[in-house]
Design a protein around this ligand. Sequence first.
Ligand SMILES: Cc1cc2nc3c(=O)[nH]c(=O)nc-3n(C[C@H](O)[C@H](O)[C@H](O)COP(=O)(O)O)c2cc1C
Length: 377
Amino acid sequence: MNTFSGNRYINSFEETRELARKKLPKFIFEYIDGSAGTEYGEKTNRQKLKEIQLKPEILKNISSISTKQKFLNENIQLPFGIAPMGMCQFVHPRADRYLACLGRDREIPICVSTVASESLENYWELSEGNAWFQLYVHSDINFAIALVKRAKKVGYKKLILTVDVPALGRRPREEIAGFKVPFKLTPQTFLDCALHPKWSISNLLAGVPQPGNFGKNAFDRSGGRGIIDWKFLKKLRDLWEGELILKGILNVEDSVKAISFGVDAIQVSGHGGRQLDSMPAPIEMLYQIKKELKNKCKIIFDTGIRSGEDVVKAYSLGADFVMIGRPALMAMAAYEKTGLYEMVDLINHETGITMAQLGKTIMSDLSMKNVFRTPFQ
Ligand SMILES: Cc1cc2nc3c(=O)[nH]c(=O)nc-3n(C[C@H](O)[C@H](O)[C@H](O)COP(=O)(O)O)c2cc1C
């Protein structure tokens, strides 16, 4: 059983999000919170997650519950890691460092985005190896290959190729609030900063965050990432000796095809609802994909995980591991490093007590047998 002794600040994702909304300038909050289009896709996924009902089982001896998970040759101390998120330092100037320390202290994987504000070398060192590298291929394939070689040289064992951003999704809320990369001080963002002096002072002192992996290469956020195809995946498979994870799959056919290219895991993900408003609910696709693949390939799930019960639901529907995104950012916006640790500890604690209700002691025992009803069967 985990040894959670209670949090001082973080009680739930929803409460933390509201505090983050108050503390961050609007253009930053909208950047992290916003989703594609009308946000129907993001909300539908959350709704379906909520509607899944678990099946309690009584009188099972659960005195030895563990939420640890062994995944792709790693003993991970919690049932989830942190999804790759670019430009976290808009949230807090030390956000990437806090994440790296979290990886080290909790022994969980932190996925380092190609567009992280800290370099992949610093991340590896600070996290003491508890980091996986996430690759985006922008317009320059050679630059992407050079990043992969850098990651290999430093010691990374796991590479995630994100494939669900062929073009950057349109997120109207960040546009309306004036979020731009590179950052532009306009009358609107100036006023926004003035209304959030604490954020502004710490961020002004630290300087505008820059993508840590790019050096002198220009980073064009809105530029396409759609030049890669299945041939590139093959090339990457040949190049990368460690484990390769394909992130951003939302259809059964693609998941089957990915296995034939020798990936070690697929990541069923809707990019937090930030790419396609009309996406199928990722949680439903997890169920469909698991039904097709059975145990032929490891599956990671992300999008919409907000609590320990959500983690247990994802495992029950077929995930072998889970990643969380926005809860980590909202927690840092609300209570900096302490908030981040408390959020992670809370979700882990809730996972343990949910397992107890179901009469389960290890994550890998969770299956559809633990689900009473889903909104999509
Ligand atoms: C602010 C922000 C930045 C992100 N940047 C990246 C990125 O650089 N690479 C990537 O693969 N996914 C990125 N994502 C998507 C996450 O990895 C993940 O799929 C998503 O956040 C999970 O959903 P959740 O936020 O509902 O937990 C980003 C998400 C957010 C919220």
